[in-house]
Design a protein around this ligand. Structure first.
Ligand code: 8Y4
Length: 280
């Protein structure tokens, strides 16, 4: 399986890792731009060395209660990191944004994928991607980042998230985006209770019939805080357990912070799978 990321193909015949690179003052606390750019660059290079197949760069926190960021601020944060990583790495770079202006600028700078927690529903977003040759990850979110965790409600989370993603895939295809540029993601934690997240994890195999590769992001998320009572930096074991379940149910791209550890988990799963099909 190959995802066409504007000339940097993402080969996902085996599941792969997308490393999370936040370029925000909360993760790289300093006053000026230089230090956060330099630190993000170092971390990006480190994640690539650890085996990330792709790096997802974001400059806006979607956490409930996070300070709003202007489009200009978002661009000032992400563009220098995108430009420098593109010259130093061969793997595709992804831009994590909901804003079409940021998509347009990042696409011009050379990213290979738009990762949109809003699934291209913002004004101009679908147009920005369809006018280019980048790939797009369409993620499900109920409500918006400010309100999504207030009281999420579903009748059947798997069916409803699946239907939403199917409709967004169809909207992309109607705009001329071919299926080999599409990725879907159920959006763990985005307008979901712990129970909803567990129901989605259990039902991930239902998303395969949409016919585009499945991305999953559970890394360090609050579902493990709720379930295990652990702080974000103590959630790796829980994250790896959920990742293994996701792999077993068909996930092809794992979005995570802990790249080296997640690559190991994928190697274990892949070795078992190869044994099953007697390739080895
Ligand atoms: C620590 C720090 C713990 C941040 C959790 C977090 C997804 C995503 C996010 C996802 C896709 C996050 C941008 C939430 N999650 N994109 N983005 N899928 N495609 N929280 O699940 O990582 S941000």
């Amino acid at each position: 399986m190959v995802i066409d990321c504007a000339g940097r193909p993402l080969v996902a015949s085996q599941p792969v890792v997308m490393g999370v690179l936040n370029v925000t003052p909360d993760s790289f606390s300093d006053g000026g731009q230089f230090t956060s750019t330099a630190r993000a660059l170092d971390r990006g290079l480190e994640m690539a060395a650890e085996g990330a197949a792709m790096i997802d760069i974001g400059g806006e926190s979607t956490r409930p209660g996070a300070a709003p960021v202007s489009v200009q601020q978002e661009l000032d944060r992400v563009l220098p990191v995108i430009e420098q990583l593109l010259t130093r790495l061969d793997i595709p770079i992804s831009i994590d944004t909901r804003h079409s202006e940021v998509m347009v600028a990042a696409i011009s700078a050379g990213v290979g994928m738009v990762n949109d927690v809003n699934a291209l529903r913002a004004p101009g977003a679908l147009e920005a991607v369809s006018a280019s040759d980048v790939a797009v990850c369409l993620m499900h979110m109920q409500a918006n980042p400010q309100t999504m965790q207030d009281s999420p409600v579903y009748d059947d989370p798997v069916a409803e998230v699946r239907q939403f993603l199917l409709e967004r895939v169809q909207a992309c295809q109607s705009s001329g985006i071919r299926p080999d540029r599409l990725v879907i993601d159920p959006g763990f934690g985005f307008g979901k209770t712990l129970t909803h997240n567990l129901q989605l994890l259990a039902g991930l195999d239902d998303f395969a019939s949409i016919g585009v590769p499945l991305m999953v992001g559970v890394s360090r998320k609050s579902m493990f805080g709720t379930l295990l009572g652990r702080a974000p930096d103590q959630r790796l074991p829980g994250s790896l357990a959920a990742t293994t379940i996701a792999l077993e149910r068909g996930a092809k791209i794992i979005r995570c912070h802990d790249v080296a550890e997640t690559v190991d988990a994928i190697k274990v799963w892949s070795a078992m799978t190869a044994q099953l099909s007697e390739i080895n």
